[in-house]
Design a protein around this ligand. Sequence first.
Ligand code: PMT
Length: 412
Amino acid sequence: MTSTNKHILLGVAGGIAAYKSAVLVRLLRKRGAEVKVVMTSSALQFICPLTFQALSGHAVHTELLDAETENAMGHISLARWADVLLIAPATANFIAKCSHGLADDLLSTLYLAASCPVYIAPAMNQAMWGKPATQENITKLKAHGVYMIGPEAGDQACGETGLGRMAEPEAICGHLDSYFYDAGELVATFGQCLQGRKVLISAGPTREPLDPVRYLTNRSSGKMGYALVRAALDAGAEVTLISGPVSLTAPDQAEVVHVETAAQMYAAVMSMAPRHDIYIGAAAVADYSPVVAETRKIKKHDAQTTLILQKTQDILADVAALAARPFTVGFAAETHDLDAYAQTKLKQKNLDMIAANWVGGEQGGFDSGQNALQVFWCSDGGVGQKTLPMTDKSYLAKQLIQLISERYPKQS
Ligand code: PMT
């Protein structure tokens, strides 16, 4: 029951799934959490505030400008009260408002004012969920560090079937439990653990052109690297991101250099590395690139053809070989013998730390929102290690940043 004594601000937007939020309040209260409820005006059409008041033990908030609230800044004090803002259900319209920064009612204003983690449990018709506009909004919110819970697939209130049902209250509680459990392991000083440090992070895939229309690449989405950028910023660092081609939005506070090929990433990282305290190589850099990139589209002739590839320069190894080297953290992406390959890379590339992850399976690694890491570092002639279990990449990134901050001063 890791949600015990936690302050959960539950935002209820106007969807039929609002009735499930009443069960959610009961379950959260049973876990010992304190729950305050905010409803949008459309939510009031679906469920009566008295239900939430009775279940939560607190008056329900519905108005942005509430004359009865002390000093009329109720949204700020509510936002500061919350350990977590949970919006369940979140409708397509409400998600769009958050994604665009609109603040025309209490709940959307609270979203903007919140400095705590935000969890959103979307609920809507399956076609609305599938619309590019909704998906773009979801992608944007995830890039801003919002955690999504669901939606789930199944029968919908409208009679259709598909993805869009709000996650079940038990599942939502499980997400919060694991967040609070994990957060208990982060040091209270996380917000300053890299204060004043300059951190360089590479993220995403590279593209190695074969001709003007084709390239070799890999499945990296950039999520792990971008999560590290956010975590390093949260830890007080100045962050430079060298990003391969991805569809994510980098946080405004980071300096970003966009590159496409391994050679471009090499040049960008090598020129910046000496000015940074820490380098984290989370990018999935091509190990090989075509010897020749044809200037005209390769035509289809023979039944088989051969590509001649040459090794790319190893960015990580060359950063670690710099005279004024930053604390150098590599990643290892493996389909087998994870620990052995990671430790070999740690030593052969002369790294300070390596974070190893499984790839090619169903969970974690490439493109997933979650991941797990096995982290190794050199310690007193031996190798230290820590397991960071499967969790959201954003929280995983914070754990890795904390580990780096604990090791970093020992090396400097
Ligand atoms: O982007 P996501 O979809 O979120 O997926 C995350 C991830 C799986 C890509 C990430 O967690 C990860 O594992 N990144 C490293 C992928 C990789 O290239 O691993 P590797 O074992 O092939 O390379 C080892 C290290 O050498 C990596 O730090 C890599 O950045 C670096 N390298 C590799 C080749 C090269 N020419 N230069 C390098 O610096």
